[in-house]
Design a protein around this ligand. Structure first.
Ligand code: IPE
Ligand code: IPE
Ligand code: MG
Length: 238
């Protein structure tokens, strides 16, 4: 009963399984990543049309730099290409694009691509599409603690005034609500350093579907299951 679905405000996605998708077909991993990017484009449109307010997608983790140089290089090329396509999709669908993670490690033209995506879509009022690249939950918390400590040393903040809200305000996601639903594709049951603070009370949905095969129907299935959950926060209903 799709029309009666309660749509979660914020869906976080760990898109996994591009490599396995390619392997199953005897193709190079890069082609799995390319197909995975096309799936991301499609899901952004689907999420916008379903009325999801925030969609946060894990595109590249701080650990992914350890992959073979050839694969990392191919992923960087895909970022370049799809950032341009994403700009068109975002404009056509009233989508605001945001990036979380530490962008300075990327080549200058990729940083410029990310900056212009954010700049040119900042006034859009539909879905906020958050891309986590060179993102790690521990890295985000470490950077936040560094800034917090610097502000304490500079006398801008008293240690005793540090509340959960203050910590939250130092994160990359400061102005973004916590995810209601986390979806991970390809059957792996772990967080892989994703949104460690923000996922504290999110519902988790794991599917065996490989990311390049993920589509609107799979997203609806996840949301349907989310609708059947009895959300609790410390034993208290939502
Ligand atoms: C997810 O697919 C994409 C990235 C992490 C960049 P993988 O590349 O992890 O695919 P598998 O897990 O090897 O199948
Ligand atoms: C998580 O997938 C990171 C992204 C989806 C970008 P990985 O495939 O890198 O994670 P692990 O190694 O299986 O935990
Ligand atoms: Mg993987």
């Amino acid at each position: 009963m799709e029309e009666n679905l309660k749509i979660p405000a914020h869906v976080a996605l760990i898109l996994d399984g591009n490599g396995r998708w390619a392997k199953k077909r005897g193709l190079p991993r890069q082609l799995g990543h390319k197909k995975g990017c096309e799936t991301v484009e499609q899901i952004v449109e689907d999420a916008a049309r379903l009325g999801i307010r925030y969609l946060t997608v894990y595109g590249f983790s701080t650990e992914n730099w350890k992959r073979p140089a050839e694969e990392v290089g191919a992923l960087m090329q895909l970022f370049r290409y799809y950032a341009k396509r994403l700009l068109k999709i975002a404009k056509a669908n009233n989508v605001r694009v945001r990036m979380i993670g530490e962008r300075s490690r990327f080549a200058p033209d990729i940083v410029e691509g990310i900056d212009s995506l954010e700049r040119e879509t900042k006034d859009n009022t539909g879905l906020t599409f958050v891309i986590a690249v060179n993102y790690g939950g521990r890295d985000e918390l470490t950077r936040a603690v560094r800034k917090l400590a610097a502000d304490c040393c500079a006398g801008k903040l008293e240690p005793s005034a540090i509340t959960e809200q203050v910590v939250n305000s130092y994160l990359d996601t400061a102005d973004i609500p916590d995810p209601d639903l986390l979806i991970r594709t390809s059957g792996e049951i772990r967080l892989s350093n994703y949104l460690l603070w923000q996922l504290a009370y999110s519902e988790i949905y794991i599917t065996d579907c490989l990311w390049p095969d993920f589509n609107r129907d799979e997203l609806i299935k996840a949301i349907e299951q989310f609708n059947q959950r009895d959300r609790r926060f410390g034993g208290v209903k939502a």
